[in-house]
Design a binder for this molecule. Structure first.
Ligand code: SF4
Ligand code: MG
Length: 328
């Protein structure tokens, strides 16, 4: 059984003007210890997906269809109390801003001890010992001193390390990290991502990394899902997606990576912007920005279809595959 299985998930937001569908027909699986990247521009639905997995979509958002099976148990149907236990113990969430996790008026040690004792029957002393171990795991310099410091006394990079240590406190099976390094400078970003990979590998923790940065995904994950306007448009092994992207949107994201530009050359940004979810064009949502539009693209939403080692939702790709089949 996979660790996580998302089936036909649909999330809507009930607004005064009517209901808007933020996620449509999302399905994927995640094995134990596997690292999955979810990429796309802002507004693609990545964070909504992260929050839906842990059943933290707040009103007016709601899960309209589908299921989120964690070890076979449907999280989308759990009561709040059961869900809180799973969120604390089995699934940890790491956000872009460490201050969303850290309490500014408690010392690092007190927060860690409190978090442990909320989920386990252990003494304060034992909780402090575990907290110290976890701080050592994330390579915080002088960890004993840090236990008695407040979040504001630490640098941004150090705070994010502490958030990771807190995430690991209860030995979760899955970490969902939403743009965990976006607020940090580039060298620290790389260090933190390296640390996350090391910790996930060592503890056999699965990771869902949500980011707009395909470069980070290529270094960290084994599998990638590319999202556009609330749908999965390409999905497959990260190596294949980076080296041989098939969907024109994914190709656009790759061409826009700074490392793809020659020195002095301007970055190749994809023209236009993602349409609003209540204002999607008919057919393929990417069609207004796509250089390869076919008549079919305006008529029908392309279905996610197997192509090579990936799944791709694009009429052009489907047509090319059909042609090559005929020629074989
Ligand atoms: Fe472009 Fe058509 Fe493919 Fe959409 S379905 S990405 S418009 S070729
Ligand atoms: Mg986001």
């Amino acid at each position: 059984m996979p660790l996580l299985e998302v089936n036909n998930l649909e999330v809507c937001f009930g607004l005064r003007q009517g209901s808007v569908t933020a996620l449509r027909d999302i399905s994927f699986q995640l094995e134990r210890g596997e690292r999955l990247g979810i990429v796309g521009e802002s507004g693609a639905g990545k964070s909504v997906l992260g929050f839906s997995i842990i059943n933290l979509i707040s009103r007016p958002g709601f899960i309209n269809k589908g299921e989120v099976l964690f070890e076979g148990k449907n999280l989308a149907a759990l009561k709040n109390k059961e869900m809180r236990t799973i969120r604390g113990n089995r699934i940890a969430m790491i956000f872009q801003d460490p201050m969303m996790t850290l309490n500014p008026v408690l010392t690092i040690g007190d927060q860690m001890v409190e978090c442990l004792r909320a989920h386990r029957k252990i003494s304060k002393q034992d909780a402090r010992v575990i907290s110290l171990q976890k701080l050592k795991q994330v390579y915080i310099p002088s960890p004993d001193t840090r236990l008695d410091q407040y979040p504001h006394e630490l640098s941004g990079g150090m705070r994010q390390r502490i958030v990771i240590a807190i995430g690991l406190l209860l030995d979760p099976d899955l970490i969902i990290a939403d743009e965990p390094t976006t607020a940090l400078d580039v060298t620290i970003q790389a260090e933190i991502m390296e640390l996350m990979v090391e910790l996930c590998e060592r503890n056999n923790v699965a990771l869902i990394l949500i980011t707009h940065d395909l470069g980070v995904v290529s270094e960290v994950t084994q599998r990638t899902i590319v999202m556009y306007a609330g749908r999965v448009i390409e999905e497959g092994p990260t190596k294949e997606i980076i080296n041989d992207a098939q969907h024109p949107y994914t190709q656009g994201l790759i061409n826009a990576l700074p490392q793809m530009a020659l020195p002095g050359q301007r970055l190749n940004q994809i023209r236009g912007t993602m349409p609003g979810l209540n204002d999607l064009p008919s057919g393929c949502a990417f069609s207004p920005r796509c250089d390869y539009v076919l008549p079919a693209c305006h008529e029908a939403i392309p279905a996610l279809t197997k192509s090579g080692g990936c799944n791709v939702a694009c009429h052009l790709v489907t047509e090319q595959n059909n042609l090559s089949e005929v020629n074989e």
